[in-house]
Write a protein that binds this ligand. Structure first.
Ligand SMILES: Cc1ncc(COP(=O)(O)O)c(C=O)c1O
Length: 384
């Protein structure tokens, strides 16, 4: 399919509202196909798993299909996929599973670039299991300080937890370089790919990610969490599970209770949608949108994060001279422009950059946004 923006936008009912949705980092809109898949499941196949009748068999097939889809999306095995309510819930569960074998004094590196969902679970384990959590700093330009990471790595390091991309500043990490450093110790890489996922392909083998998490609601799907964990890593962990629940596939034994089947149907449709579009068109359009924003940002706005499109996704945190971030967001909302304000749970990054307690305004673009929407934002920022 060619990248025809009008056709693409027509597939998203919400985009016809006239609102410029620049809040993608908080969650993206869904194409009609995703909405239909969710409704279709509830209409035609709604049942629990493992029954002898048609709707249950269709539900079994859907869950298998969702695992195949997830495995294809992340380039892992189906047994390595784990679904959950959202990334945060999954990360608490997976860190807990890892923590069962942790010893006092084991070290975990987290970064100041992370969303708290990849920090707080480790801090809670620190309280309970006396592991030691160390923070890798960021540089003033909002990139991860890899020298600091290297300094803090030691033979005691068991996990290096870090984001693929920052949900606050848009910076993209050099995942391979970090993986190489982590594996030299050796420590596991624990990658938060939530923010990166709508912007480019994820290949856990290529990235050398031992654990990777993302959230389909950030890539045009419903509110769900998804993880890929290497099978030999999963085999080392004991899941928290009810006894009658199946032990296979391996990843599924780390899921608790009944999955949101209808949302898995929506997830499959979201991945199909991305597949139809292809990443090349998505990436080049996003890059052009981001460049337009950077070129036109009024002088009265201070950008935090890289000021080129290299090494970043089009997620921009900025302050407007003379107006608090919330006030800016409210004034933009009055013009039907949806942006975020605050710290977006990236509390470490925002305080490291001296932006707390108010944080900053965040505008995030994805492939369905238009140049006209970028210009609307820029004009509004010039006039506020
Ligand atoms: C980078 C990043 N990690 C983790 C999360 C948490 O994801 P979830 O809402 O699925 O728990 C978010 C949500 O904004 C995020 O942006």
């Amino acid at each position: 399919m060619s990248f025809d923006l009008d056709t693409i936008r027509a597939r998203f009912p919400a985009l016809g509202s006239g609102v410029a949705f620049l809040d993608a980092p908080g969650g993206t809109q869904c194409p009609q196909a995703v909405i239909d898949a969710i409704a279709g499941y509830l209409r035609e196949s709604n049942a629990n798993l493992g029954g002898a009748f048609g709707a249950s068999r269709r539900s079994d097939e859907l869950v298998e299909q969702a695992r195949r889809t997830a495995a294809g999306f992340l380039n892992c095995e189906t047994e390595e996929t784990i679904f959950g309510a959202n990334m945060t819930t999954l990360n608490f569960a997976l860190t807990r599973a890892w923590g069962r074998k942790a010893n006092a004094g084991d070290e975990v590196l987290v970064t100041r670039l992370d969303h708290d969902a990849n920090i707080a679970p480790w801090l809670e384990l620190e309280r309970d299991k006396e592991i030691v959590v160390k923070f890798v700093d960021i540089r003033d330009d909002a990139t991860l300080d890899l020298d600091d990471l290297e300094r803090k790595l030691s033979t005691k390091t068991r996990v290096v937890a870090f984001p693929f991309a920052s949900n606050a500043l848009g910076t993209v990490d050099d995942v391979n370089r970090i993986a190489k450093l982590a594996h030299s110790v050796p420590a596991l890489t624990w990658v938060d790919a939530v923010h990166y996922a709508p912007h480019g392909p994820i290949d856990v083998i290529d990235l050398q990610a031992d654990v990777l998490l993302c959230s389909p609601y950030k890539f045009f799907g419903p509110h769900l969490g998804l993880a890929a964990v290497r099978d030999d890593v999963l085999e080392e962990w004991r899941p928290y599970k009810v006894r009658p629940a199946p032990n296979e596939p391996l990843g599924a034994s780390f899921e608790t209770g009944t999955l949101a089947h209808e949302l898995l149907a929506g997830f499959v449709a979201a991945v199909d949608y991305i597949g139809e579009l292809g990443w090349d068109g998505i990436r080049s359009h996003e890059r052009a949108l981001g460049q337009r924003f950077l070129d036109g940002l009024p002088d009265r706005c201070a950008l935090y994060g890289p000021d080129t499109m290299d090494g970043r996704v089009p997620t921009f945190a900025f302050r407007v001279e003379g107006a608090a971030p919330r006030e800016v967001a409210e004034r933009l909302a009055a013009r039907d422009i949806a942006v975020w304000d605050g710290d977006y749970y990236a509390v470490e990054a925002m305080s490291r950059l001296g932006l707390q307690p108010d944080g900053a305004v965040r505008a995030g673009f994805v492939h369905y946004n238009t140049f006209e929407e970028v210009d609307r934002l820029l004009d509004a920022l010039a006039e506020l």
